[in-house]
Design a protein around this ligand. Structure first.
Ligand SMILES: [Zn+2]
Length: 294
């Protein structure tokens, strides 16, 4: 069911360039991103800033814009007594990304399918029945909103990665799965990357990536992914650190040019898609574009 064009881009020609962070970039531009809603506040309070971020990523050369749906699922919204607005906010987030992509041939809009609870707290991953039902709902909302693909991202445990991927594949759109790891090739749950890749590979997604992992640490986990699947692989790493109230603290510890040198290593290993995650911005994307174009 893979869209031929996206499928082609993942399997041949130059690697695909994903955008950079949205949530932390909103924060950098002065938008309130306090938990539990985090980046979702922008849909209510600053949609024009969100639109500007997406447009800046297109201008920097991104081929995939990730809609701001990381925290538009019912479970997060319920914490702010806004559970019933899940479908509407998801639709709005996708429309804002679509408008920024509009008119630019070859720019896809991905729906972000995030962990139901805190992405850095594998101990909070809900029971199987919740995972199944709630990921189905998110995926349905994203599909109704018209996304081109699903980016199941920042998955910290095998069981949630599997549940979210299952829901996405059932919907029949291209699906990329992202795992969040630490310094060693293990998910934050402590499960080995190779075990996660073994299970996910058999489900047949369109790619498996490492994401929201400290940029210098990506390499060792990406190696494990590549050694255990023939699917397209890749990475988008973070720059900064987790904060309990704001969700994230941006630092400039990996400048755009240094980020591109890390990404160059991933490409030499065989990565088919690259981008950047929390703490990065359009300047990182622009450096990656230069890297891919030279
Ligand atoms: Zn991230």
């Amino acid at each position: 069911m893979t869209s031929p064009t996206l499928h082609d881009r993942l399997h041949s020609g130059p690697p695909l360039l994903l955008d950079g962070a949205v949530g932390t970039e909103l924060n950098r531009r002065g938008v309130d991103t306090r938990l539990p809603l985090w980046s979702t506040w922008a849909l209510i309070e600053a949609p024009e800033v969100l639109a500007a971020i997406h447009s800046d990523y297109v201008a920097a050369g991104a081929e995939v814009l990730t809609a701001n749906t990381f925290r538009t699922h019912r479970r997060s919204l319920r914490k702010a007594e806004m559970g019933e607005q899940s479908a509407a906010l998801t639709k709005q987030a996708v429309e804002i990304a679509r408008e920024a992509a509009g008119g630019h041939a070859g720019v896809w809009v991905a729906g972000s399918v995030a962990p139901l609870e805190d992405c850095y707290e594998p101990g909070l991953v809900p029971a199987a029945s919740s995972l199944r039902d709630e990921h189905r709902e998110i995926v349905t909302h994203l599909q109704q909103a018209g996304v081109d693909l699903f980016l199941v991202e920042t998955m910290n445990s095998i069981r949630e990665a599997v549940a979210a991927t299952e829901a996405a594949l059932e919907a029949g759109l291209p699906t990329i799965v992202g795992l969040v790891c630490g310094r060693e090739p293990f998910l934050l749950s402590g499960e080995p990357v190779r075990e996660a890749v073994g299970v996910l590979d058999s489900m047949g997604p369109d790619g498996i990536v490492i994401n929201c992992t400290p940029t210098p640490d990506i390499r060792v986990s990406l190696r494990e992914v590549m050694d255990h699947t023939e699917l397209p692989t890749g990475a988008y790493g973070n720059v900064g650190y987790v904060d309990e109230e704001q969700g994230w603290v941006n630092t400039d510890s990996v400048e755009p040019s240094a980020y591109a040198r890390h990404a160059e290593g991933w490409l030499q290993m065989g990565a088919r898609l690259i981008g950047s995650c929390c703490g990065t911005g359009p300047a990182h994307t622009a450096e990656l574009r230069r890297l891919l174009d030279t």
